[in-house]
Structures are given as C-alpha cells and as structure tokens.
Design a binder for this molecule. Structure first.
Ligand code: S3P
Length: 166
C-alpha cells in the first residue's frame, strides 16, 4: 500500500526519478527490470530473444502481484507494464500511478546509443518511437493518477512536482 508506481515510455526517466525520490524521501526503490533480469539470470534482451515477450509479460505480472503486498515503495515499472489491465488494477489498488511523459525526440536523444531495449532493435528512430508512444498513449493516460511532463526539466524539478502531487 501507499506505493508510487512510475510508468512511462522507455527512456522517460523512471529509474532516475525513483533513485532521486529515494534520496529525497528515503522511500525504498524497486526496479522491475533489474529484478526480472536477476530472477531469470539473463539480460532483458536475452529474455525477449530466448523466451519471448509473452513470457516476459507473465513475469512482470507475477512481480507486480508480489509488489502489491509491499508498502511505501517507489516502483520503477517497465515501459510495457501498463499493457495488461490486470497490472494496472494491481497498481491502482496499492498506490498512486505517476506517468512520466516525454516527447519522442527526447526519448530518441536519451536512447539512441543504447541497445538494451529489445522492442527498439532495428527501429531506433523518432518516427517509430512516436508511433509506439501513440499506440500506447490511451493505456498510459488511463492508468495514470497524475502526469508529469519531463522534457527539459531537471530531475529535482520532476521530483518536486511528483511530491507536491501525492
Ligand atoms: C519495455 C520497456 C523496458 C523493458 C522491456 C520492455 C516496454 O523497460 O521492460 O524492454 O515494453 O516498453 P524500460 O521502460 O525501463 O526501458
């Protein structure tokens, strides 16, 4: 209960915001992707490549089910964690959901040199990112209790905004 779930597209800054929130409030941070990779003893890329996306989504749901028993955690959710309505219900029942919203150009700038996002392999460009954001937008927006835009804002500004909202 009383968890904060940070949702948003890949590269929107969920992990960085969570760790700053930890510094500011002492809230314990939960990094979903790191836990899933750790549990499977492989990278997110390898989970997608060898076991497939559905398997990864099942593990996300299992983890969120476990997390919903926890209290006062700042949870950095994987960008696709809102794709299953069941996941959104678990989050809504046990905390507040904050959407970090970023322009496709911001996402591209942040992720262009990384290759650890399997869903962007071979598609690291603004039009593809923009299309994927648009496809997911209804789910992000209906899940969110609050939305914070992050383009051109400092981490501290974003965290201050979040803390004033919750
Ligand atoms: C995904 C986002 C990633 C990771 C996986 C799938 C998605 O997490 O869970 O690559 O579907 O948006 P981040 O949002 O932390 O990059």
């Amino acid at each position: 209960m009383n968890n904060i779930y940070l949702i948003g597209f890949m590269g929107s800054g969920k992990s960085a915001v969570c760790s700053r929130l930890h510094e500011l409030t002492g809230m314990e941070v939960v990094e979903m992707d790191a836990i899933l990779a750790d549990n499977e003893k492989m990278t997110i890329n390898d989970i997608f490549a060898t076991k497939g996306e559905e398997y990864f989504r099942d593990k996300e749901t299992e983890l969120l089910t476990q997390l919903s028993d926890e209290s006062r955690k700042a949870v950095s959710c994987g960008g696709g964690a809102i794709l299953r309505p069941q996941n959104v219900s678990l989050m809504k029942e046990t905390g507040k959901i904050i959407l970090l919203s970023a322009k496709p150009e911001t996402i591209y700038d942040r992720l262009k040199d990384s290759d650890d996002r399997p869903l962007l392999h071979g598609n690291m460009n603004v039009p593809f990112i923009a299309e994927m954001i648009e496809k997911r937008r209804p789910r992000y927006e209906s899940a969110a209790d609050y939305t914070v835009t992050v383009d051109n804002k400092s981490l501290d500004d974003i965290c201050r905004e979040i803390l004033s909202l919750i």
